[in-house]
Design a protein around this ligand. Structure first.
Ligand code: G1P
Length: 292
């Protein structure tokens, strides 16, 4: 059985849902409490035992690479000012994990973005984590999926149940329960079904564990929903050929690329924060009392 060693994180998207905040900075650099959203994703990868991250980037995204890089000037200044703890914190970020970047030169869709990683991934199963989807959970979502993979050794997509009137915002999975808890065998998938047409409420969230054969399908996938090359369309074929599981992960998931989803993530992560959590919870309670 091949170990999951690499994770692809596509970060090439423009972030139009979050304008004007994302006009000059990548959406992945928006802060949740004290860290940019992308750091939560990379920390999830590290906590799941993965060795290497492949970022799929585009023009204007260098702030993400810089965030995980070593900053000689900053390190020297912090050292001179005896700010050792902060210095260590920053050095820890640059030592988190090996990062490779691949440029997606044209915005042809999520499927195309993942296909750009084919040479770096090679012939082994790998994770995909979408930067917009933040999951707060006891066991990292990515780790939950790797644990399942160790039993089933097949591709897995993470899902959550959504209200039927929101199914048009997601890739939707149809499937049947299996012997494993919270797990379904995928029968079909549809990318963002038209309102009222979805046969299921199981929505794909941005965590995938994929067999390398997905690249063969991605290579032949034609533009689909929204005129883009959709990952979901290639996954339908991968599921038909090799089988695929849908896994209802345990945890809270937030769409941090959406204004309301982002605010919810900030509040949830702030309430759980080690040093700020208690004061923040008190503050939230007082605001709720006032508004009653
Ligand atoms: C992408 C996928 C979709 C999935 C969603 C989860 O869509 O194409 O299948 O349900 O991520 O966040 P996007 O939100 O990038 O349009």
């Amino acid at each position: 059985m091949k170990k999951i060693r690499k994770a692809v994180i596509p970060v090439a998207g423009l972030g139009t849902r979050f304008l004007p905040a994302t006009k000059a900075i990548p959406k992945e650099m928006l802060t949740i409490v004290d860290r940019p959203t992308i750091q939560y994703i990379v920390e999830e990868v590290v906590a799941s035992g993965i060795d290497e991250v492949v970022l799929i980037t585009s023009e204007g995204k260098s702030a993400i690479e810089n965030h995980f890089d070593y900053d000689f000037q900053l390190d020297t200044v912090l050292n001179e000012k005896n700010k050792y703890q902060l210095r260590e914190e920053l050095n820890n970020i640059s030592n988190l994990i090996d990062i490779v970047s691949v440029r997606q030169k044209k915005p042809l869709g999520l499927g195309h973005a993942i296909w750009m990683a084919r040479n770096v991934i090679g012939n082994e199963p790998f994770m995909v984590l979408l930067g917009d989807d933040l999951v707060r959970s006891e066991i990292p979502c990515c780790k939950q999926m790797i644990d399942l993979y160790n039993n089933v050794q097949q591709s897995i997509v993470a899902i959550q149940r959504v209200p039927m009137d929101q199914t048009n915002q997601y890739g939707i999975v149809e499937g049947n329960p299996t012997e494993f808890e919270r797990t379904y065998m995928v029968e079909n998938m549809v990318e963002k079904p038209a309102p009222g047409t979805s046969k299921s409420d199981m929505a794909i969230i941005g965590r995938y564990l994929l067999m390398p054969e997905v690249f063969d399908f991605l290579e032949k996938t034609q533009p689909g929903h929204g005129g883009e090359i959709q990952l979901t369309d290639a996954l339908v074929q991968l599921a038909n050929k090799g089988g695929m599981y849908a896994y209802e992960f345990e945890g809270n998931r937030y769409d941090a690329g959406d204004k309301l989803g982002y605010l919810k993530a900030v509040v949830d992560f702030a309430m759980q924060h080690q040093t700020l959590g208690e004061s923040f919870r008190e503050f939230i309670c007082s605001v709720c009392d006032e508004s009653e």
